[in-house]
Design a protein around this ligand. Structure first.
Ligand code: SAH
Ligand code: SF4
Ligand code: F3S
Length: 462
């Protein structure tokens, strides 16, 4: 079942109400996002709800009437960071009676966490989990009218709520969640516990959202899910990609994250055959040791992974490949680690996100023996980076002398006058081009390659 909510109906009334308590100006809000793309996508919905209620986005805490922390808990370090931030809110709140503080997101779904925030941070007015975002207007209304704290955390993930307004951070690139939750229970990972079981959005709802995006000028979409290739909305993920590829105006389609165990030939063919689907695949390996992969409950072996990617490379020459890797999983030996390095050498990923294993309470790995000592974890992490960075640079250098189609994303953040964009394979390219706007496509001759980006010369607009 899908719930449809029409926020337009009572938004005007509520916006009036809020304007009355802040008569000179619209109240300001800040959303602080700590997690993955799905977390960012949730923040865009929170912004959508707040703007529908009359709030406007501001760039400083002092100007804010509402500050919300959208948390992540995939690694342990996040907790201390959040508590630090919340601690700082005490002073701010003391100086501003109108300030409402909210905490939401995955960490609030962790057992006991909402209660802990409630107890230790009495000035946190609203606490809600990933499954109750659509209740934000009601919770905020409760705080403002009844002056009572509002806590809304559901243990089980509910139905998908459609129709929440969205304020997107980019006008040319957009996240489109296609499914929520995860059924995989990798033994190190907390996500299935906090996000619940897999639920897929209906293809019609997804396509409608993409068509709306296209009509408002979006050029690139990123289909999001913890495990997109197990999408099951009545059609397969490959079929969904096909319908997405027919949406006029969308030039590029990306998706993440795919799971190696669900990497069927139909998906590889879809990437190869649907022109708008980018030739880039993010496929988390985690470890190159079959022994550890089994302990991680990943459901594939080292050889199966390598075989899958060999097929991908053969069927789609030039495809960009990236991965996620964890070092220091319980029981990881030097031999296991060397196997990971060996796979890196064999596959030659263009990019890898590398993580040091972090123990998450409540997951099977948290009670496994033989933890890897911190110094060894860090030492392996550094070696891993060294090996992968070298490969990344070598892979980037292969682009030198080639003409790439680049979608402009904006001005370089670090260098004035430099335009930055991405290739289809997801590599960042910096170049000088007069007059280009985000979302424009340019032909760029690649002149140089660094570890984190390519450099090029503008040739023509597409
Ligand atoms: N569903 C996606 C994303 C999960 S979180 C996927 O399966 O790929 C993103 C990455 O964080 C994971 O791929 C993994 O590499 C890393 N990660 C998850 N739990 C972790 C933990 N406990 N310690 C260290 N890294 C972790
Ligand atoms: Fe976590 Fe594994 Fe699910 Fe990814 S697939 S979210 S790593 S349990
Ligand atoms: Fe994402 Fe972190 Fe939640 S990685 S799914 S925000 S635990």
């Amino acid at each position: 079942m899908t719930i449809m909510i029409n926020y337009e109906d009572n938004s005007a009334k509520f916006a009036d109400y809020i304007r009355n308590i802040n008569s000179d100006t619209h109240p300001g809000y800040m959303v602080k996002t700590f997690g993955c793309q799905m977390n960012e996508s949730d923040s865009e919905k929170i912004a959508g709800l707040l703007e529908t209620m009359g709030y406007i986005s501001v760039d400083s805490e002092d100007k804010s009437n509402f500050i919300i922390f959208n948390t992540c808990c995939v690694r342990e370090s996040a907790e201390q960071k959040l508590f630090g931030h919340l601690g700082e809110m005490k002073k701010l709140k003391a100086g501003n009676n109108n300030l409402v503080i909210a905490v939401c997101g995955c960490m609030m779904q962790q057992e006991g966490m909402a209660a802990k925030v409630k107890k230790s941070y009495p000035y946190a007015d609203i606490v809600f989990g990933s499954n109750s975002m659509h209740l934000l207007p009601k919770l905020l209304h409760g705080v403002l009218t009844e002056h009572r704290r509002q806590i809304s955390v559901f243990e089980t993930a509910g139905d998908i709520v459609e129709g929440i307004p969205i304020v997107r951070t980019s006008s040319v690139k957009a996240y489109v969640p296609i499914m929520h939750g995860c059924n995989n229970f990798c033994s190190y990972c907390i996500v299935p516990y906090v996000r619940g079981r897999e639920r897929s959005r209906k293809p019609n709802d997804i396509i409608k959202e993409i068509e709306q995006l296209a009509s408002s000028g979006t050029k690139e979409i990123m289909l999001l899910g913890q495990n997109v290739n197990s999408y099951d909305g009545g059609v397969s993920f490959a079929q969904l990609l096909k319908s997405t590829g027919e949406c006029e105006g969308i030039e590029r389609i990306r998706f993440m994250t795919s799971h190696p165990k669900d990497m069927g030939i139909d998906l590889i063919e879809a990437i190869r055959d649907i022109p708008r689907v980018c030739r880039h695949l993010h496929l988390p390996l985690q470890s190159g040791s079959s022994r550890l992969l089994a302990k991680m409950n990943r459901n594939y072996t080292r050889d199966e992974y390598i075989k899958t990617l060999e097929t991908v490379k053969k069927m789609i020459p030039g495809i960009g490949l990236s991965t996620d890797l964890i070092v220091g999983f319980p029981g990881e030996t030097e031999e296991d680690f060397l196997e990971t390095l060996d796979v890196l050498g064999k596959i030659r990923f263009d990019f890898a996100f590398t993580f040091i294993y972090s123990k998450r309470k409540g997951t099977p790995a948290a009670i496994m023996d033989d933890e890897v000592p911190d110094e060894i974890k860090h030492e392996r992490f550094n070696r891993l980076l060294e090996v992968q960075n070298k490969i990344t640079l070598e892979q980037n250098k292969k682009n030198i002398g080639m003409i790439e189609t680049v979608m402009i994303e904006g001005e370089s953040k670090t260098k004035a006058g430099i335009t930055t964009g991405r290739t289809e394979s997801n590599k960042i390219v910096n170049f000088i081009a007069a007059g280009g706007m985000p979302g424009d496509f340019a032909q760029i001759y690649i002149t140089d390659a660094k570890t984190w980006h390519l450099e090029g010369e503008f040739k023509s607009w597409k």
